[in-house]
Ligand binder design. Structure first.
Ligand code: SF4
Length: 441
């Protein structure tokens, strides 16, 4: 049985420990027993085909995954049958948001189908070089709302803290495509963070800090701990959130040591970027369960993408799958109009169709909020299908998920009298419960 195989030490005992008494040794090893990271069948096949010399431990080492990222055309063409359009797009690329895919995420991608949803999210196509109306490098005007480098302060009580410009796997529709680079920019990293921390310290209305990037979970354990410990020392910071796609593209990063660090800084929340049900693998599920077991409330953020997840069945499968791995669907985003994103964007009507197809048809927990992040820096604006039909006197007329119409008496107290129907007094049908009350005492 697979689970038995995984119950071995993740952190090996150092050699030369045999002199320790047997009881003590077995107690220690018992306490250090951890669930080794699994490898799903598909990923194992990929590993054997393309990394035949790698060991299981190497594959499951997140540093190995980062070192072996697919970054060049020759690597990409080894794994996938590329279209001419994909080849041209990779060759043409300059600047930020370079090609970058972890071997693990590549193992989920179809080698032959250029229209496969996951492939479309990470393999460039030439449509990225077409600028359409309304597109901009920084559509959310984050740079205009940045009082110091790395801080975006748009809403009164919370800030976005961009702590790195690096991601393990680069999404072609990334809102911060202007900013995401091919390697961690280590220069003055702590000084830059210190500036951000000082801004937060000096801004007492900030009670919520969203640590994002890039992907903060690509930083070392030591850096993450340094950052969280500094933020936690600020008395007015009530909660810290981390925005990440690591559990989806580099789940091996969620080590027991990382979760031990994270759980020291509660209340700590996490927003995880999911796109498609094919991302819900054994590895991702293990990563999310580890985080949830560390007491971290998990929410998902999903960008609505044309031909990728813009049909109700796919969206429902994703939302249901997320709840199974203890992630609450949080936001469904309308895709931001970054440069060259028209091939990813859907009409807003599509997003409303997703919500209509979920609300009432499945558990309320499975329904995210559909929002547009307003271009120009207006913040998130929620969008809902037309559930309010109108008013009929004091009644609010509503349409339910089946399209049936209902009235709700939308008046209270004195305001109800204006309808012309005077309020009537009545008595509740009473029953004498005094005996049963006495008996139960
Ligand atoms: S994980 Fe997030 S920040 Fe990184 S490339 Fe994807 S969308 Fe951009």
């Amino acid at each position: 049985m697979e689970t038995r195989e995984f119950f071995i030490n993740e952190e090996e005992e150092p050699p030369g420990q045999h002199s320790i008494s047997k009881n003590l040794s077995s107690l220690r090893s018992e306490s250090r027993r951890t669930y080794r990271f699994p490898i799903s069948h598909e990923s194992e096949k990929f590993q054997k085909a393309f990394f035949p010399d790698s060991t299981r431990n190497e594959w499951n080492d997140w540093h190995w995954q980062l070192r072996n990222r697919i970054r060049r055309l020759d690597q990409l063409s080894t794994y996938f049958d590329l279209t001419m359009d994909e080849i041209v797009a990779v060759l043409r690329h300059r600047g930020t948001l370079p090609l970058s895919i972890t071997p693990y995420y590549a193992s989920l991608i179809s080698p032959i189908d250029p229209a496969q949803p996951l492939r479309r999210t990470v393999v460039p196509v030439t449509a990225e070089y077409t600028r359409s109306r309304g597109e901009a490098e920084d559509p959310l005007a984050e740079d205009h709302n940045s009082p110091v480098e790395g801080i975006v302060h748009r809403y009164p009580d919370r800030v976005l803290f961009l702590v790195t410009n690096f991601c393990s796997t680069n999404c072609r529709y990334c809102t911060r495509s202007r900013f995401v680079c091919g390697k961690q920019d280590q220069t003055r990293i702590k000084q830059r963070w210190q500036q951000g921390i000082e801004y937060i310290e000096n801004t007492p209305q900030v009670r919520d800090v969203l640590v994002s990037g890039g992907d903060p979970l690509t930083l070392s354990d030591e850096k993450i701990e340094w950052l969280l410990s500094r933020l936690r020392r600020i008395p007015h910071v009530e909660m810290i959130r981390i925005g990440t796609k690591v559990p989806v593209v580099l789940p091996q990063r969620i080590t027991t040591n990382l979760t031990r660090i994270l759980k020291r800084y509660h209340p700590l929340w996490m927003s995880i970027h999911f796109t498609h049900p094919e991302e819900l693998t054994l590895e991702t599920s293990t990563a999310c369960n580890r985080l949830a077991d560390a007491g971290i409330p998990l929410g998902s953020q999903t960008v609505l993408l044309s031909g990728i997840n813009d049909n109700v069945e796919t969206m429902k499968a994703l939302m249901h799958g997320l709840l199974r791995i203890r992630v609450k669907p949080y936001y469904l985003y309308q895709c931001d109009p970054i440069l060259g994103s028209a091939h990813f964007r859907t009409p807003v009507e599509k997003g409303l169709e997703m919500i209509k197809g979920l609300r009432g048809h499945t558990s309320g927990y499975a329904v995210p909020s559909y929002v547009i992040d307003a271009p120009g820096g207006g913040g998130k604006i929620p969008l809902l299908p037309e559930y309010v039909v109108g008013r009929n006197g004091d009644d609010l007329v509503l349409r339910n998920y089946e399209g049936r119409v209902f009235s709700y008496p939308d008046c209270t107290g004195d305001s109800c009298d204006t309808s012309g129907e005077p309020a009537q007094t009545f008595e509740y049908a009473s029953a004498d419960h005094s005996d049963s009350y006495k008996e139960s005492r």
